[in-house]
Design a protein around this ligand. Structure first.
Ligand SMILES: NC(=O)c1ccc[n+]([C@@H]2O[C@H](COP(=O)([O-])OP(=O)(O)OC[C@H]3O[C@@H](n4cnc5c(N)ncnc54)[C@H](OP(=O)(O)O)[C@@H]3O)[C@@H](O)[C@H]2O)c1
Length: 191
């Protein structure tokens, strides 16, 4: 069981534009060609921040067209927010706030042997990392820059660094990078 931050980012490290648009992303690659189908099959619970959830609310018609229902996940989900947000009918969701650790415990209990997906955004994923609970980052880097927007991971991670474990090119529009979190710094040999 691993806790994984799986997301797409622009080359310059933004998940979305300043006004939370993901339009830049959709032209870049077909999700079916990515590792997403295998990844999601191994996910037992997921967590997201409020803007990610509100994107689903705003784009319900597009989500229905894609997957046949306004909520694309069958796994139990935790949505972090300090506000009262509308529910999506048929979605297995709990609204939570504050410390990520008890939520992680509840997610583990629900997921059994399966993985936990931190959907994003970056600040929420970073809170799991701050608590020592993030095992892997799986980042699909799009061949586009945004200049500014919502950050991939608003923390400094330098010691230990992340450990790159795989690279997978998806045509000209994307590359998927997998990192293990919390690994020792790479051995560069004697100075
Ligand atoms: N490119 C991609 O694949 C991808 C994936 C995921 C997300 N995104 C985008 O990333 C952007 C940011 O996403 P996000 O807002 O969902 O996540 P976020 O930036 O990590 O979190 C921000 C919001 O989530 C809530 N939140 C986070 N931690 C909390 C805590 N411990 N307790 C209570 N509330 C907490 C707060 O909502 P309230 O203000 O409601 O209290 C906060 O304003 C969005 O534009 C989203 O669409 C893109």
């Amino acid at each position: 069981m691993a806790t994984q931050y799986f997301t797409a980012t622009s080359l310059d490290g933004f998940l979305a534009t300043e006004d939370d648009s993901l339009e830049w992303l959709f032209a870049l690659a077909d999700i079916g060609e990515s590792s997403y189908p295998a990844f999601i099959a191994a996910v037992g619970a997921l967590a997201m921040g409020s803007s990610t959830y509100e994107w689903m609310l705003r784009n319900a018609d597009a989500v229905i067209k894609e997957v046949g229902s306004p909520w694309p996940y069958t796994q139990p989900a935790w949505v972090f927010t300090t506000r009262e947000l509308p529910r999506i009918e048929g979605a297995d969701i709990r609204f939570v706030q504050g410390d990520v650790r008890p939520v992680h415990e509840a997610m583990r209990a629900a997921a059994g042997e399966q993985n936990l997906w931190i959907v994003g955004g970056g600040e929420l994923a970073a809170q799991f990392h701050d608590a020592g609970l993030l095992d892997e980052m799986i980042v699909q880097v799009g061949s586009a820059t945004l200049g500014k927007g919502k950050p991939l991971f608003p923390r400094r991670v330098t010691s230990p660094t992340l450990e790159l474990t795989s690279v997978h090119q998806m045509g000209k529009g994307m590359v998927e990078l997998r990192y293990t979190v919390g690994a020792e710094p790479p051995d560069r040999g004697a100075p």
